[in-house]
Design a protein around this ligand. Structure first.
Ligand SMILES: NC(=O)c1ccc[n+]([C@@H]2O[C@H](COP(=O)([O-])OP(=O)(O)OC[C@H]3O[C@@H](n4cnc5c(N)ncnc54)[C@H](OP(=O)(O)O)[C@@H]3O)[C@@H](O)[C@H]2O)c1
Length: 370
C-alpha cells in the first residue's frame, strides 16, 4: 500500500506542477498554486481526479479552496488533496486553506511539494493538519517544486526577487546594430516566446535610455497574455523621461514605477498626474540591491530585466541575477551598434552553467543559470 500511494502521490504532484507552469504570473501578489482533489477507493486501486483549483487572478481565493468548493463527497471513499505548496493556515481576507480543508470534514490526506517559506506558514499548515488527524505528506518532488518557486523562496528568505536577464543579441554580441537606435535582432518566433516569458513574471525592468530610444510599452503583446502584463519598472535617476512617451499612456491600468533620485514635488507631480509611481532614493541609497529589496517588499517574486546595455552591465558586474536568457540572431552587427555588455564588465563574474538551448527558426535561445 505504501509503495502504491507513494507512486500515486508523485504522479499527482507531478501533474499539479505541470499545470502550475500554465498559471505562472497570474496570481500577483500571491504565489501561484495548483491543487487537485483525488477520490480513491479504500485499496487505492481505483483513483480519479474529481476536481482541481488554482490561485485566482488577484491572488484569492486560493487554489485549495477552489479545488474543494462545490465538491460532492461520496460515502466510503478516500479523498486526497494534492497541492504544489503547503496550504496556508493564517486567516487573511478569507478563511485559511487549512480551515477550509478541516471544515470540509471529508479530506483524509493532504500531499504537497514545497513547504511554504513564508514565515506565517512555514510548517504550521502541516502541523495543524496533523493535529487534526489528517494524513500529511510533504516534500514530494521537492526539487522540481523548488525550481518553480525559486523567486517566491528568494522573496521570503532573502528579500529580493529572482532576477532573469533577457538579452537579444547578434552573433558578435550587439543588442542594437546602430548606437542610440532601436534595431530588430530577433524573429517572430523568438518574440512570441519572449512574450510568454513576460507573462510569467511579476515585473519587467529597463533603463531610461531604452525607454527614450525605443519608446517601448513593455506590455505583453499577445491578446491572450495582455492581462498578465507585468509591472513596468524604469530606472531613471534624473527623472527626465518625456511624460508623453507611449509607456505613460495607460499607467492607471498597467502599473508603472520609476526609481529616481528626484524629490522635487513639482517634477514628481507631472508623473503622478499620469498615475506613474515614482520611488525616490537619495543619491547614496540608489543602488540595485536597495531597488530589489523595495521590489521584493512590493511582492515581486520574479523580475525580468530587459536592458539595455548599461543595465545589463550593472546587474552582471554586481552578480545580481539568477538566470540569463540569450536570444541570438544568425547575423553579425559590426561595430556601430550597442554592445550587450560594456567593455568594463568584469568577465570573471561570467561563470554560467548552460541549462538548455532552444531553436526558433534561425534564432537560438541559450538559457543559463549562475
Ligand atoms: N536587444 C536587446 O535585448 C535590447 C533590450 C533593451 C534595449 N536594447 C537597446 O539598448 C539601447 C539602450 O541601452 P543603453 O545601454 O544605451 O541604456 P539603458 O541600459 O537602457 O539605460 C541606461 C540608463 O539607465 C539609468 N540607470 C539608472 N540606474 C542604473 C544602473 N544601476 N545601471 C545602469 N543604468 C542605470 C541611467 O540613466 P539615468 O541617468 O536616467 O538614471 C543610465 O544611463 C537601445 O538602443 C535599445 O534599443 C536592446
Amino acid at each position: 500500500m505504501n509503495d502504491l500511494t507513494s507512486n500515486l502521490d508523485k504522479t499527482y504532484i507531478n501533474i499539479s506542477l505541470i499545470y502550475l507552469k500554465k498559471i505562472l504570473g497570474s496570481s500577483f501578489p500571491n504565489p501561484p498554486v495548483f491543487s487537485i482533489l483525488v477520490e480513491s477507493n479504500k485499496s487505492f486501486k481505483d483513483n480519479r481526479i474529481i476536481s482541481f483549483g488554482f490561485t485566482s487572478f488577484t491572488g484569492r481565493p486560493h487554489a485549495e479552496s477552489n479545488a474543494i468548493e462545490n465538491v460532492k463527497f461520496r460515502k466510503n471513499k478516500i479523498y486526497s488533496l494534492y497541492s504544489t505548496l503547503e496550504p496556508c493556515c493564517h486567516n487573511g481576507r478569507d478563511e485559511s486553506c487549512v480551515s477550509k480543508i478541516l471544515n470540509s470534514k471529508r479530506i483524509d490526506r493532504v500531499i504537497f511539494s514545497l513547504r511554504d517559506p513564508d514565515p506565517r506558514v512555514n510548517g504550521k499548515g502541516k502541523k495543524k493538519l496533523l493535529k487534526n488527524n489528517i494524513h500529511v505528506k510533504s516534500d514530494v518532488l521537492k526539487e522540481l517544486g523548488s525550481d518553480f518557486y525559486q523567486g517566491y523562496i528568494l522573496n521570503r528568505t532573502q528579500r529580493r526577487p529572482k532576477v532573469i536577464l533577457k538579452l537579444a543579441m547578434t552573433i558578435d554580441g550587439y543588442i542594437s546594430t546602430k548606437k542610440n537606435k532601436r534595431t530588430k535582432i530577433t524573429n517572430q518566433l523568438s518574440d512570441a516566446y519572449s512574450d510568454s516569458l513576460r507573462s510569467e513574471v511579476d515585473a519587467i525592468l529597463v533603463g531610461s535610455k531604452t525607454v527614450k530610444i525605443d519608446n517601448c510599452v513593455l506590455k505583453c503583446k499577445s491578446s491572450s497574455f495582455l492581462k498578465n502584463s507585468p509591472i513596468r519598472i524604469i530606472l531613471n535617476k534624473k527623472l527626465d523621461l518625456n511624460i508623453n512617451s507611449k509607456i505613460f499612456l495607460d499607467c492607471e491600468e498597467y502599473r508603472t514605477i520609476i526609481f529616481s533620485n528626484v524629490f522635487d514635488k513639482k517634477k514628481l507631480k507631472r508623473y503622478e498626474d499620469k498615475k506613474v509611481e515614482v520611488i525616490s532614493f537619495s543619491k547614496n541609497d540608489f543602488n540595485l540591491k536597495e531597488i530589489l529589496k523595495k521590489l521584493s517588499n512590493l511582492g515581486v517574486t520574479n523580475l525580468l530585466v530587459e536592458g539595455g546595455g548599461e543595465i545589463f552591465s550593472s546587474f552582471f558586474n554586481q552578480r545580481l541575477f539568477d538566470q540569463v536568457y540569450i536570444f541570438r540572431s544568425n547575423f553579425f552587427s559590426g561595430s556601430n551598434g550597442t554592445k550587450a555588455l560594456e567593455k568594463k564588465t568584469d568577465s570573471s563574474v561570467l561563470k554560467l552553467f548552460k541549462l538548455e538551448t532552444k531553436r526558433f527558426g534561425n534564432d537560438s535561445l541559450e538559457i543559463y543559470k549562475c
